[in-house]
Design a binder for this molecule. Structure first.
Ligand SMILES: [Zn+2]
Length: 132
């Protein structure tokens, strides 16, 4: 997925704001390019897991639809571990195999780490983030 540096910076900012809880949100895309960032509430409000709040999910999916975007990625933060999907993340992705999963680790607040993954059938595969 192609993505602008500014959008990655926004994800890092969101991660810092919600820490120590995990933040989450969705990224609208067109033709493999990230075009909109949507913040969502973490319904779990937890430092260990995230669930995109169902109301936010509904609202964001509608907005994306109106704008002709597809769900390119779901992002969330890790505040105490590396930017790699946890078993919880892998389980959560089971019902939603199409989007990429962007994870922003702010475990070291001075050196945030951003990586993207495809998670399908329990298998994790790193995906490229082409920063524009
Ligand atoms: Zn996670």
């Amino acid at each position: 997925m192609r993505i602008e540096r500014d959008m990655l910076d926004e994800i890092v900012a969101h991660a810092h704001e919600e820490a120590p809880d995990e933040c989450c949100g969705m990224i609208g895309a067109r033709d493999g390019r990230a075009v909109s960032l949507y913040r969502a509430r973490n319904a779990e409000a937890s430092p260990l897991r995230y669930v995109v709040h169902p109301q936010d999910q509904f609202r964001i999916m509608e907005e994306m639809d109106e704008r002709g975007e597809e769900l390119g990625a779901i992002y969330h933060s890790h505040t105490g571990s590396a930017a790699y999907p946890s078993q919880t993340d892998i389980n959560l992705a089971e019902g939603w195999p199409d989007p990429l999963y962007v994870i922003c680790s702010v475990a070291d607040p001075h050196s945030p780490e951003l990586r993207a993954f495809a998670i399908r059938d329990g298998a994790v595969e790193e995906a490229a983030l082409d920063v524009e």
